[in-house]
Ligand binder design. Structure first.
Ligand code: PLP
Length: 454
C-alpha cells in the first residue's frame, strides 16, 4: 500500500472522532479517504475510482465537478462573502432564493426562512409550532407525531423524532413524541390486503392514536414523503390522501420533510407531488444546494405564516435563527443548483434514468436472496431475506447489507448498507450506462453473497 495513503489513514484515526461510522469496520478496514471527484465518481487517495451510488449522503446530486456551482460561489464570495438575516438584515441572493422556492413549491406557500441543515430546519419547525400553539392559547399542544423508521435529523428534538432504535443511546426527551406505524405494505400489510385498504387501516389507527393521546395535546406531524434513511419506504397508494383528512379534523399541521425527496429525487420536483401530500410546512435541504454548501429551508403555507407571525408579534420577533442561515454564498449556490435541476435537463434525466433504475431493481427482486426491491425515481433499496416466502430477515450476524456494500466498494461502487438491506441513491446526472453497470454489479454480488451465506 502507498505510504501516503497509510499516513492519511493513520492521521485520520488518530485525530478524527467519527460520527455514524461502525467502529468495528473502521478498525478492520480503516477510513475511506476521498480526494477528488469527477461527475458521478469519487477517487480515493490511492487513485481508485468509485461510482457514488448514494450521491454522498443523498446530497451531491449534481456530482462532484459542477463548475457552474464553483463559479457562482467564487463570484458571490468576491461580491459579498457572508452575512446574516438577524435584526431585519438580508442580502440579495437570499431574497432571490426565497422567491424562487415559493415559485416552485408543490402547493402554495407563503414565506421561507433558511437554516444550515435538515436537522436544524426540523428543529426550527418544532420551536415554531410550539410557539404558535402557546400564543394561540393552546400551550398543551406539544406532542409531535412521527413514524417508526423515520429519520428527521440529529439535533435533540429532530433526533427524538427519528424512529430508529439507536436514538435510545441518548435518553432523549421522548415524552412529547408519538410514534405511528411505518407505512410499509410489503412488510406490514395483512395477507391479501390492498394498498388502499392498508392505507385506510393506517388512517384509522392514526385517528385512534390521536384520540388516545388527546388532540388538544398534539402540535404537528412530521413525515418524509418517501422515507429515505428508513430504507426507502414508498407509502402505499392512498396513504397521504387518507391520513390528511384525519389530521385536518383535529387541526394538526403536516410537515413534509423533503430533505431527501425535494428537488427531484423521486422524479418529481417534490416528493409531496409523488405521493399526494399537501403540506402545511415544507423542510428542504440536501439537493437544494446539491451538497455544495450547508443549506436548509423551512417554507410556510399562508395559514402557518399568518399564525406564526401573530405568535411572533407577542414576542416582538421570532426569537430563533442561525448565524449562517441564509448565507448569501449558500443561497447563490442553491439558486444555481435549482436552476440547473429545473432548467438544464436534470429533472428530465431523472425521469429518463429513474424508470430504468427502478425496472432493474425490480428484476433483482427475482433473486433468491431479495425479499423486496422498492423505490421511486433515483432512490431505491433491496431488502434481503433468508426466506422469501416467510420474509424472514437474515440474522444480524450475517451482516448481509455490509457484505454487499463492501463487495460493491471493492468493485468501485459506493452503496449504503442498512441492516440486511442496501440503499441506493445515484446522482441526478447518472447516465443509463452507469445505472446499467451498477445493476450488473449488484446482480453479481448478490450471487456471490448468496452462495456465501447459504
Ligand atoms: N430529514 C431527512 C429526511 C434526512 O434524510 C436527513 C438527513 O439525512 C435530515 C432530515 C437531517 O439532515 P442533516 O443531516 O442535514 O441535518
Amino acid at each position: 500500500m502507498d505510504t501516503t495513503v497509510q499516513s492519511w489513514e493513520r492521521r485520520e484515526l488518530g485525530s478524527f472522532f467519527h460520527t455514524f461510522s461502525d467502529l468495528a469496520s473502521l478498525r478492520e478496514d480503516g477510513p475511506a479517504i476521498v480526494e477528488k471527484g469527477d461527475g458521478a465518481y469519487i477517487f480515493d487517495t490511492a487513485g481508485k475510482r468509485y461510482f457514488e451510488g448514494n450521491s454522498g449522503l443523498w446530497n451531491m446530486t449534481l456530482g462532484f465537478s459542477e463548475t457552474r456551482l464553483a463559479e457562482v460561489a467564487a463570484r458571490q464570495y468576491a461580491q459579498f462573502p457572508g452575512y446574516h438575516t438577524f435584526f431585519g438584515r438580508n442580502s440579495k441572493p437570499t431574497i432571490a432564493l426565497a422567491e424562487r422556492m415559493l415559485e416552485l413549491a408543490p402547493v402554495p406557500m407563503s414565506r421561507v426562512f433558511f437554516t444550515n441543515s435538515g436537522s436544524d430546519a426540523n428543529e426550527s419547525v418544532i420551536k415554531l409550532l410550539w410557539m404558535m400553539w402557546a400564543a394561540e392559547g393552546q400551550p398543551r399542544r406539544r406532542k409531535l407525531l412521527t413514524r417508526k423508521n423515520a429519520y428527521h435529523g440529529a439535533t435533540v428534538m429532530a433526533s427524538a423524532l427519528t424512529g430508529k432504535d439507536y436514538v435510545r443511546a441518548f435518553g432523549l426527551p421522548n415524552a412529547e413524541i408519538v410514534t405511528l406505524d411505518c407505512p410499509h405494505s410489503w412488510r406490514f400489510a395483512l395477507p391479501g390486503e390492498s394498498d388502499e385498504d392498508y392505507s385506510a387501516r393506517l388512517a384509522a389507527r392514526l385517528e385512534q392514536q390521536i384520540v388516545a393521546e388527546g388532540p388538544e395535546t398534539i402540535a404537528g406531524m412530521f413525515a418524509e414523503p418517501v422515507m429515505g434513511a428508513g430504507g426507502v419506504i414508498v407509502p402505499p397508494d392512498g396513504y397521504f390522501r387518507m391520513i390528511q383528512p384525519v389530521l385536518q379534523r383535529y387541526g394538526i399541521p403536516l410537515v413534509a420533510d423533503e430533505v431527501i425527496c425535494g428537488f427531484g429525487r423521486t422524479g418529481h420536483l417534490w416528493g409531496a407531488q409523488a405521493v399526494g401530500l399537501r403540506p402545511d410546512i415544507i423542510v428542504a435541504s440536501k439537493s437544494m444546494s446539491a451538497g455544495y454548501f450547508p443549506m436548509g429551508a423551512v417554507m410556510l403555507s399562508a395559514d402557518m405564516d399568518k399564525r406564526a407571525t401573530a405568535a411572533c408579534e407577542l414576542w416582538e420577533e421570532f426569537p430563533h435563527g442561525y448565524t449562517t442561515g441564509g448565507h448569501p454564498v449558500g443561497c447563490a449556490i442553491s439558486l444555481e443548483a435549482i436552476r440547473i435541476i429545473t432548467e438544464e435537463g436534470i429533472l428530465d434525466n431523472i425521469r429518463k434514468v429513474g424508470p430504468v433504475f427502478q425496472a432493474g431493481l425490480r428484476t433483482l427482486a427475482e433473486h433468491p436472496m431479495v425479499g423486496e426491491a422498492r423505490g421511486l425515481g433515483l432512490m431505491g433499496a433491496l431488502e434481503m431475506v433468508a426466506d422469501k416466502k416467510t420474509k424472514t430477515a437474515y440474522a444480524g450476524e450475517y451482516r448481509v447489507g455490509d457484505r454487499i456494500a463492501k463487495a460493491a466498494r471493492d468493485l468501485g461502487f459506493i452503496i449504503r448498507p442498512l441492516g440486511a438491506s442496501v440503499v441506493l441513491a445515484p446522482p441526478f446526472i447518472a447516465t443509463l450506462d452507469q445505472i446499467g453497470q451498477l445493476l450488473d454489479v449488484l446482480k453479481r454480488i448478490l450471487d456471490d453473497v448468496h452462495a456465501d451465506v447459504n
